[in-house]
Design a protein around this ligand. Structure first.
Ligand code: FAD
Length: 459
């Protein structure tokens, strides 16, 4: 039991707010992006700076509270919040500093990708991120980071130059290729297992305007489109990214009314090569089969990055299932078409993200991300605002995944996983798991940071 004087002294030491059950704002502060998650933490410490984080980690450890670290709060499994825990909420730490000469970007541990895109675009630069701008820099980076620039620039972790962190014992350290190199290896995919990252330092790329957007085809053509996509994208230049999707056309502009709420398949493209070559790069795509909708064209990078944000506001029910995929056989494609054609709600979707190109040229052991030899990260997500549809969206995602899992590589991208148990986590890290467990033992032997896709300290 925490006494009121103990809490009062913690509160007095913090620059940021300390929120308790019953306080105004507690109900909204405990919410995360996925409305399926309904956790009631004991305390929420809104940390303003590193000093607040050190204080919070020390308080949590000394008072034997479970600690949940919250970056952007987007995690599929809702691992930024936990029952009866101390939530170290980094949302006040959203600063971004761009060094245009060195082409580096420093982002606070609670920054969102939209913050980074906004800051970097002013200098004609971009950092590889995910496809939704409201996602946190923290969780996405620590899990790997797949997005529109994966084939061109690699995963987000391949562009991470270093981190500042607060460890379980309250020490503040920097980890990069030269300092605490074991820790730097571990945070590039090992999640929030090793401490609270207070800032991330990234390499940025000279990317300002993409030639990008979706091309959509009728569901009747899905098998043919998928087979063509499989062969096309794996031979495409790195400067062309394209993820395949089964989706329902949203009921509003810029989509034409005759397609509204129609289930379709498509590819969301992003070309980052020279603008003068864009038309030629897209010629074979448009020639393969004239799309029913072609919204591809020049677009500022932050506009592409935030294109899907309005379709997926916070507060929806989300159920995720995922796998890595090495080969997309005709048999697997037939199953994809069967389940992908049965999207249970209009926001539900299946995405196949390419992870070849620059991301695929990194060794499986160079970072904890053990599936560099896979070609795609596959994810089935059931999404709907209505809690009454929870079962409907979950059972669709589970059935789809179960049908395709025999054709998959074994593990899944940690950031696309719900709470699925130790075996799944081990399958995901593969041969890298034991090394992660040893580093975990060194930096967090008591497993203070266990609200995550947890790596148990080695015995
Ligand atoms: C709509 C949507 C779209 C997405 N699209 C993509 C995509 O395109 N590409 C992709 O790769 N992923 C994508 N994701 C998955 C995303 O990467 C994960 O959900 C990720 O965990 C979100 O990070 P967060 O900081 O917002 O989450 P949080 O819930 O705040 O945290 C997630 C995990 O990371 C830990 N963590 C967060 N910040 C820190 C920190 N600073 N220090 C230590 N630990 C920390 C937390 O403890 C928790 O375990 C998407 C998710 C959603 C909901």
């Amino acid at each position: 039991m925490l006494s009121q004087p103990t809490i009062a002294s913690f509160k007095a030491g913090l620059r940021g707010e300390l929120i308790e059950p019953g306080d105004q704002g507690y109900e909204s502060a405990r919410k995360v992006y996925n409305a399926m998650i309904d956790k009631r933490p004991r305390l929420i410490a809104r940390c303003m700076d590193v000093a607040d984080v050190i204080l919070a980690v020390t308080f949590g450890r000394e008072n034997k509270l479970p600690i949940a670290i919250r970056g952007g709060g987007h995690n599929a499994a809702g691992l930024g919040v936990w029952d009866e825990a101390l939530v170290i909420d980094l949302s006040p730490m959203r600063y971004v500093r761009v060094d245009p000469k060195k082409r580096t970007v420093l982002a606070g541990g609670g920054a969102l990708w939209g913050d980074v895109d906004h800051a970097t675009h002013a200098f004609g630069l971009a950092v590889p991120a995910g496809i939704i701008a409201t996602t946190g820099v923290g969780g996405l980076t620590l899990g790997g980071g797949i997005g529109h620039l994966t084939r061109q620039c690699g995963l987000t972790i391949d562009n991470l130059l270093g981190v500042d962190m607060v460890l379980a014992d309250g020490r503040f350290v920097t980890a990069n290729a030269k300092e605490n190199a074991d820790l730097f290896w571990a945070v590039r995919g090992g999640g929030g297992n090793f401490g609270v990252v207070t800032s991330f330092l990234y390499k940025a790329h000279p990317i300002h305007t993409d030639y990008a957007g979706p091309t959509l085809w009728p569901l009747e053509d899905a098998a043919e489109v998928m087979r063509w996509y499989r062969d096309f994208i794996t031979k495409a230049p790195d400067s062309l990214n394209g993820f395949f999707a089964f989706l329902t056309v949203p009921p509003g502009p810029p989509f034409p009314p005759h397609l509204h709420m129609k289930k379709m398949c498509g590819v969301v493209w992003c070309y980052t090569g020279p603008a003068r070559k864009a038309e030629a790069v897209f010629k074979p795509i448009r020639q393969f089969k004239t799309p029913a909708l072609d919204l591809v064209g020049p677009i500022p990078h932050p506009a592409l990055q935030s294109m899907f944000d309005p379709l997926f506001p916070p507060g929806q029910q989300w159920y995720w299932k995922a796998d890595f995929v090495r080969e997309l056989s005709d048999k697997a494609i037939a199953l994809h078409v069967q389940h992908g054609s049965a999207l249970p709600t209009w926001q539900s979707t299946m995405h196949l993200y390419p992870i070849d190109g620059a991301a695929g040229r990194v060794k499986n052991t160079a970072t904890p991300w053990a599936y560099r030899d896979a070609k795609w990260a596959e994810v089935m997500v059931g999404v709907d605002p209505d809690p009454a549809n929870r079962e409907k969206i979950s059972s669709w995602a589970k059935a789809y995944w179960t049908a395709l899992h025999p054709y998959a590589a074994g593990g899944a991208y940690v950031n696309f996983m719900m709470e699925e148990g130790d075996e799944r986590i081990r399958a995901t890290y593969g041969k890298n798991y034991d090394r992660l467990a040893k580093i975990k033992k060194r930096y967090d032997p008591a497993n203070l940071f266990h609200v995550n896709q947890n790596i148990k300290p080695a015995k």
